[in-house]
Design a protein around this ligand. Structure first.
Ligand code: BEZ
Ligand code: FE2
Length: 413
């Protein structure tokens, strides 16, 4: 069935960043047919439309990096990466299985206008909640393992999770691979995981240089991780890789790569990460709460595309990209209006490209993943994206694949 919707402003996030006053979108089945002026479209297609006054229509937002298994709001230690990691390890097994919490955060994300997530799955407990949801999902099966002895078991378990997730592969549910980090995965497992990604044409995601502790370990095999491995795995006495050696694994990989965090990367390392199909995912709230530094978003965005994401409730109080954009706007030291625009493009157009999906722009031929946000006085605003980031509380409507998603209203406070 064909639908036409319109709003005071249509923020297309297309190549020209077009914003259309009293704009409209025609879509049918899963696809956008035409974007233009609402009244012209109504005349052309001769069907009734639905116009949202004082609202913006935008591409549905894309949260390219989160972990749905960590949705329980357990109070992990904040303020220091090392203490946070230790508290995660102490509590993860019991917290990761809480499915009710997963259903709740999935709903909350949709209420906030998110249509797609990149979900890092470490054990597969999130598979059913995500498959049953109406979100578009890139499901990154994660490999983590520091033990030579257990490597066969770890790899088999990883392959089994890929196979389980492939059963649900669909137009809305695609598969990726995540390598946890250079401090937690041994060389043989990294090589095997990258080979799997290459052979199956899966995108890759990898946490990289998130903390000073990680940098110190990769450079000098000392500091926090030295003590950590004395307790966690006595056999590990030095780092599995140095920084350059770790990046070399990806040199011949032909596909999408999402490097996550890189708050402790130097400029020449960022240039090394900047390849045709790579992007850098930045999660400023999480970085702040773990006591780390934030990325110089505007500067790094000139080196490789930077994308804003939330990470999980293990290091955040919310999975809302509206909230993340607002915090980023006040934290990143850069000219206001161009930063607002870059942040918004990063959770739409750029995130769609980084995940290799046909979403994130309102253009004919793109998938009909569309959000409507009520923004008071948007008609009079000439800084539409800034007004949206400052004013929008939650989505008023959301379509994923052209299908309207029911939005339960909730009280923000
Ligand atoms: C592991 O689960 O193998 C692991 C987790 C964190 C750091 C290192 C290893
Ligand atoms: Fe993460």
């Amino acid at each position: 069935m064909m639908s036409i919707i319109g709003a005071s402003k249509v923020i297309t996030c297309n190549e020209n960043n077009d914003i259309i006053n009293d704009g409209g979108i025609v879509f049918e089945d899963k696809c956008i047919i035409e974007v233009g002026v609402f009244n012209d479209l109504i005349q052309k297609y001769k069907i009734q439309g639905n116009f949202f006054d004082e609202c913006c229509i935008t591409p549905a937002l894309i949260n390219a990096h989160t972990h749905i298994e960590f949705s329980s709001s357990f109070p992990y230690n904040l303020g220091s990466f090392s203490q946070w990691l230790s508290s995660i390890i102490a509590h993860r097994q019991e917290e990761m299985t809480k499915k009710e919490c997963m259903y709740k955060v999935i709903n909350l994300m949709q209420q906030n206008g998110i249509g797609t997530i990149g979900a890092i799955s470490s054990q597969g407990f999130d598979l059913q909640p995500l498959v049953q949801s109406s979100l578009r999902v890139v499901y990154f099966n994660e490999i983590i393992g520091s033990s030579e002895e257990n490597q066969n078991f770890i790899y088999k378990n990883f392959l089994q999770r890929i196979e389980d997730s492939l059963k649900y592969q669909s137009h809305r549910f695609s598969i990726g691979i995540a390598i946890h980090s250079p401090y937690s995965v041994i060389p043989s497992l990294i090589t095997q995981a990258i080979t799997q990604a290459q052979n199956n044409n899966f995108p890759l995601s990898v946490h990289f240089l998130e903390s000073a502790e990680e940098r110190e370990w990769l450079e000098n095999s000392c500091g926090f991780f030295k003590e950590f491995y004395k307790k966690f795995n006595l056999q590990v006495t030095q780092s599995f890789h140095n920084i350059n050696g770790f990046l070399q694994y990806f040199d011949n990989f032909n596909g999408k790569i999402l490097f996550v965090h890189a708050t402790h990367a130097r400029e020449h390392e960022l240039y090394r990460m900047a390849k045709k199909d790579s992007a850098l995912v930045s999660c400023p709230v999480s970085n702040r709460l773990l006591g780390g530094r934030m990325l110089d978003f505007k500067k790094v965005n000139h080196i490789l595309p930077c994308i804003l994401a939330t990470d999980s409730l293990a290091s955040h109080y919310s999975l809302s990209l509206l909230e993340e954009m607002k915090i980023a706007l006040f934290s990143f030291n850069a000219p206001l209006l161009s930063l607002a625009q870059e942040l918004f493009l990063s959770v739409t157009q750029k995130a769609g490209q980084a995940l290799g999906l046909n979403i994130g722009m309102l253009n004919a031929g793109m998938l009909a993943d569309i959000a409507v946000f009520h923004v008071p006085f948007i008609k009079q605003s000439c800084n539409e994206i800034l007004s949206l980031i400052l004013q929008a509380k939650q989505a008023q409507n959301l379509w994923i694949d052209g299908v309207p998603i029911p939005i339960e209203r909730y009280n923000y406070e």
